[in-house]
Design a protein around this ligand. Structure first.
Ligand SMILES: [Zn+2]
Length: 577
């Protein structure tokens, strides 16, 4: 009897401390030794007991370029300085982004350690600085209390966030600027589902087509237009200035209009940026003549919000004169280039929204009770998601907190694959009421075995970027961030249900239409519905191993599917511990 009582208590204790983490790379530490003129170096320390072969190359977030170094062999426990040659960079703020690949023991590669460093470069030297100092210090403090409207931003959720206390100025753009459109409905419409909604068995993808018939005025603003149009409106076009001189509509960003009176800001309107970048906000409260209004833009909506380490949602904003019944403020932009206002936010936002759109497309709701707070960049100062590096030093890492789904991302992780991995944890923990599989929340390398519970949690999250980014007909897909050859793992990955990559590969095999293996270890089938690998996992909680889904799947599919299901799990080594 005492034993029975203890079990639930233990489960509660585990729940509180469970996190879902981004996989850690192999235990090789990387430090940079930089010079303005002459060679710069990477100092590598191999903390593992095996010889490691690595290749380093410039990463996509960087502006300082160097020649890739291939086939660096590090013997166990050794240290080596590897020359990058002379860094190619101009004066000013620059970013050094180094990515690496590690060769597997029998061919194949896995993602290796990375460096993401913000530099201040001048004629005589190069100094390392922080993301906060180089970028976030461009924000201006906007003093004063604020009184937000309570606006339904989707599914009946009332948004009452205060005004952004720290704001970048937006940039002025020409009306002739070509803008990439985002062909998608508004976040308000994407939210039009009940919480935890999953497809009913036998109901197909057609039940929730991408575009639903919602009143056009609600599409643009999320509030009833006729209520307010008598007071006039303000409109404009807002876009993201991206690396490579590309301008993209800031689809789904939140727009809010404020007026400051007597030291207090009153919200007087709200809107969403549409797929072509336009937005229009009706005044719900008439602006007082002679006072400017403030228009702010935020990468925030019903699904997620991107915020700094203090919880301040990233904000761009400017003050405007009211010019008649309709004020058109023209074309504005947020500078998200590599050395602009806040590089990386575009990747986080777009990666997260791609996941939401995919869920919605298949009749599944990705929303939690509140928007998921994504803190970026995570640093040691938040005290969240701490890990240890190869040398035993405490470092900040990326993770999702299972209790409330909040996410922290370090600067090197501003990529779609990591965001989608962490959001998968947040969605999983929401559907499972925070009761995550036992054994998670510890540092893990994707190639290694830990325990079946950790592997189940992490394997599902590893599968998610593949499900979002690839069609099920893809042959040997490899997601950029994870670098996981999900359909052809090979011997670089530990075998069994205690390895997250093998679990991810099992999810992939019940999704993909590519058959592989040879009887009896063979993938000879896939779920008819593309959502089924995700929905069957979310609606069948309480499991601590992927192996337990042999019976879940057999129950769904019928007893005559027991053999094909077992064979697929056998192919993915799930019957090993
Ligand atoms: Zn994880």
């Amino acid at each position: 009897m005492i034993q029975r009582l203890r079990m639930p208590l233990l489960a509660i204790c585990l729940t509180a401390g469970v996190w879902g983490h981004q996989p850690s790379p192999v235990d090789v530490s990387v430090e940079s030794i930089l010079a303005r003129r002459g060679d710069s170096y990477l100092r590598l320390t191999n903390m593992t007991r095996e010889s490691q072969t690595l290749t380093f190359s410039p990463g996509p977030a960087g502006t300082a370029t160097f020649r890739p170094t291939r086939g660096i062999v590090l013997s166990p426990g050794s240290r080596m300085d590897v020359s990058l040659g002379e860094l190619q960079m101009s004066d000013g703020v620059q970013v050094l982004h180094v990515v690496s690949q590690v060769a597997g023991p029998e061919g194949g590669v896995t993602a290796g350690p990375q460096l993401h460093e913000v530099l201040v470069v001048d004629a005589t030297g190069v100094a390392k600085t922080t993301y906060e100092r180089a970028f976030l210090s461009q924000r201006m403090a906007i003093p004063g209390e604020s009184v937000p409207l309570r606006v339904d931003i989707g599914g009946g959720y009332l948004d009452a966030q205060p005004m952004g206390r720290l704001a970048f100025a937006s940039g002025r753009e020409s009306a002739e600027t070509p803008v990439e459109r985002v062909d998608e409905v508004s976040p308000f419409e994407l939210s039009n589902m009940r919480l935890r909604q999953l497809p009913e068995d036998g109901v197909g993808e057609g039940l929730f087509p991408v575009r639903m018939g919602v009143d056009a005025t609600r599409l643009a603003t999320g509030v009833q237009e006729e209520r307010a149009s008598v007071f006039g409106s303000i409109k404009g076009k807002f876009m993201l200035k991206l690396p490579g001189s590309v301008y993209q509509a800031a689809w789904g960003w939140k727009v809010r209009v404020w007026q400051g009176l007597g030291g207090t800001w009153y919200q007087i309107g709200s809107a969403n940026v549409t797929g072509d970048g336009t937005w229009s906000a009706d005044y719900l409260i008439p602006p007082i003549p002679g006072f400017q209004v403030r228009v702010e833009y935020q990468p925030a909506n019903r699904f997620l919000q991107v915020q700094d380490a203090n919880g301040d949602i990233y904000t761009w904003g400017d003050d405007w004169d009211v010019t008649g019944l309709v004020t058109d403020i023209g074309y504005r932009s947020a500078d998200l280039t590599k050395t602009g206002n806040a590089p990386g936010i575009d990747k986080i936002y777009q990666g997260g929204m791609a996941l939401w759109r995919k869920f919605n497309k298949f009749g599944m709701n990705a929303l939690r009770d509140e928007p998921v707070q994504i803190t970026y960049p995570n640093t040691l100062s938040t005290g969240k998601c701490k890990s240890t590096d190869a040398g035993g030093n405490t470092i900040a890492w990326s993770c999702s907190q299972s209790g409330d789904g909040k996410i922290w991302l370090i600067s090197v992780h501003a990529v779609a694959g990591v965001v989608q991995h962490e959001l998968a944890h947040s969605i999983h923990s929401y559907y499972w009421d925070g009761n995550m599989p036992a054994g998670g929340g510890i540092k893990h390398n994707i190639t290694k075995c830990y325990n079946p519970g950790l592997a189940l949690t992490e394997g599902f999250a590893d599968f998610m970027p593949y499900w979002v980014q690839f069609d099920r007909t893809a042959v040997n897909p490899v997601e950029t961030t994870l670098g996981l050859p999900i359909d052809t793992l090979g011997n670089a990955y530990c075998k069994g249900a205690s390895n997250e990559a093998q679990v991810a590969a099992t999810f992939w095999d019940v999704y993909d239409t590519v058959n592989d293996g040879a009887s009896p270890a063979i993938d000879s089938w896939n779920f008819t519905k593309k959502y089924a690998p995700v929905s069957t996992f979310l609606k069948n909680p309480g499991h601590n191993s992927m192996l337990e889904y042999t019976s879940v799947y057999t129950t769904i599919l019928g007893a005559n599917w027991a053999t094909p299901v077992t064979q697929l799990f056998l192919l993915n080594t799930m019957f090993l511990p």
